[in-house]
Design a protein around this ligand. Structure first.
Ligand SMILES: *Cc1c(COP(=O)(O)O)cnc(C)c1O
Length: 385
C-alpha cells in the first residue's frame, strides 16, 4: 500500500503547501461578513432577530418540512426532539453504537438509556434487519407502548443516525417503527443536503435534528436545528427551547421546565449566509469525491473509497471515508498520514467501549465492529479554484 502516494495526491488535490491539510475546514465565500456586520450594527446579536427567522424558514423549505427551530447546537436538538417525542426517565431508546457520542448523550440527558442495534455495512447507519430482529426478540406490546422483555423498561423511541451523510435505510426503519408504533427521531446532524428517494434527511421521523458545528457541511459557528412535519411539535420545540414562557407583553410566567437553547441571532446570520451557498458546497465536494474515486481506482485494492449506498438518492458528500484491509493497515495509514500533516481520523470507537455506556444492552454488533476496525475519514473540505 502506497501511503506516500496518497499523501502527495491529497496535497496536489488541495494545492496546498501548508503544513496541515485539515479533515474538514469551513469555507466562507458568501455574505457572511455583510450579515455579521449588519447584525452588530443593529444590536440584535442575541436571542431575537431576523436571521433566526430567516434561517428557520430557509431550512424548513430546504428540508421540505413544515417547521424548523434553530438551537445552540445539534446535541441540544437531539435531546429536545427525544423529549418532545415522549422519551421520559428510565425509558430506552434504540440507536446505533457506531456514532458520535452526542447521539447517546442526548438520550442520557433525558435520563433514558440507549440500547445499541447493529448497522449495515454499506450505509454505516442503523440496520433495519437488526432493528426488526431486536424488536422480535425483546419487544412486547402492552396497551399503547412497547416494553423491553429483558429489562422491563419502555422502548420510547428509535434514533438512527445518517453516518457521514450517507442515508441509513430510513424508509424501512420508518415502516418498522410504524408497525410497532414507536416514535422515530433522526440524528441527521451530518446529513444536511442528503436524501433518500428524493426526500430530505431529518424529514422521515416525528422530528429530525441537524448540527451546524464548525466541522459540518455548513456552520453557524455552533448551532443546530430541529425540523418536523408536525407544526404542533415544532411549536412545542420552539416553546421548550425558549424557556417555556407564556406569551405576554411584560409578565414572566413559565409553565414548565424549559431550556435556554435558542440560537443567537449572530450565529443565525452566519448560518443564513452559509445556507445560501449549501448547494455550491455540495457540488464542489462532489468533485473532490470524483477525484478520490479516480485515485483509489488506480491503486491496489487494499484501500477502497466507500461508495455511495443505494439508500442515498442524493449525498451531501460531507465526510469521505475509505476502508482498509484490517486494523493493522488502518493504524499504519493513520500514522503515516497524520505524521505528514494530512489529517485523517478513524471512525468512532463503538459507544459501549466508553465507561458511561459499557453496561448498555446491545445485539451482536458484528458489522459495527467490522467497520470500527477499518474505516478512516480522509480530507473532505469543499475546494474552489
Ligand atoms: C456533530 C454531531 C452531533 C452533535 O452536534 P453538535 O452541534 O456538535 O452538538 C450529533 N450527532 C452526530 C452524529 C454528529 O456528527
Amino acid at each position: 500500500m502506497k501511503i506516500d502516494s496518497f499523501n502527495s495526491f491529497v496535497r496536489e488535490l488541495y494545492q496546498s503547501d501548508k503544513k496541515i491539510i485539515p479533515l474538514h475546514a469551513p469555507v466562507f465565500m458568501g455574505k457572511e461578513k455583510e450579515y455579521l456586520l449588519e447584525t452588530i450594527d443593529s444590536t440584535f446579536v442575541s436571542s431575537v432577530g431576523k436571521y433566526v427567522d430567516q434561517a428557520e424558514s430557509l431550512l424548513s423549505k430546504y428540508t421540505g418540512t413544515s417547521k424548523a427551530v434553530a438551537l445552540v447546537n445539534g446535541t441540544a436538538a437531539i435531546q429536545v426532539s427525544l423529549r418532545i417525542a415522549g422519551v421520559r426517565s428510565d425509558d430506552e431508546v434504540l440507536t446505533q453504537a457506531l456514532t458520535f457520542v452526542a447521539t447517546a448523550n442526548a438520550i442520557k440527558y433525558n435520563n433514558a438509556n440507549p440500547v445499541f442495534v447493529d448497522v449495515d455495512l454499506d450505509t454505516m447507519g442503523m440496520s433495519p434487519k437488526a432493528l426488526e430482529q431486536f424488536l422480535e426478540e425483546f419487544g412486547e406490546k402492552r396497551e399503547e407502548c412497547v416494553y423491553n422483555r429483558k429489562t422491563g423498561n419502555r422502548i420510547a423511541a428509535v434514533l438512527p443516525m445518517h453516518t457521514f451523510g450517507f442515508m441509513c435505510r430510513i424508509t424501512e426503519i420508518k415502516a418498522i417503527c410504524d408497525k410497532w408504533r414507536i416514535p422515530l427521531v433522526e440524528d441527521a446532524a451530518e446529513a444536511l443536503g442528503s436524501m433518500s428517494n428524493g426526500q430530505s434527511a431529518g424529514s422521515f421521523g416525528l422530528l429530525g435534528a441537524f448540527s451546524f458545528n464548525g466541522n459540518k457541511i455548513i456552520t453557524a459557528g455552533g448551532g443546530g436545528i430541529i425540523v418536523s412535519n408536525n407544526i404542533e411539535l415544532g411549536e412545542q420545540a420552539k416553546y421548550l427551547t425558549t424557556t417555556a414562557k407564556k406569551p405576554h407583553p411584560y409578565e414572566y410566567f413559565h409553565d414548565e421546565l424549559g431550556y435556554n437553547f435558542r440560537m443567537p441571532n449572530i450565529n443565525a446570520a452566519l448560518l443564513f449566509a452559509q445556507m445560501e451557498k449549501l448547494e455550491e458546497y455540495r457540488l464542489a465536494k462532489a468533485k473532490v469525491y470524483e477525484r478520490y474515486h479516480e485515485f483509489f481506482n488506480g491503486t491496489d485494492s487494499q484501500m477502497n473509497l466507500m461508495p455511495i449506498p443505494e439508500s442515498t438518492s442524493q449525498w451531501n458528500f460531507w465526510l469521505m471515508s475509505i476502508m482498509l484491509e484490517n486494523q493493522d493497515k488502518r493504524d499504519a495509514f493513520l500514522k503515516e498520514t497524520n505524521e505528514q500533516g494530512v489529517i485523517t481520523r478513524p471512525i468512532w470507537q463503538l459507544l459501549y467501549r466508553l465507561p458511561m455506556y459499557a453496561h448498555c444492552q446491545r445485539d451482536s454488533q458484528q458489522n459495527a465492529e467490522f467497520l470500527e476496525e477499518r474505516i478512516v475519514n480522509i480530507p473532505s473540505s469543499a475546494k474552489f479554484e
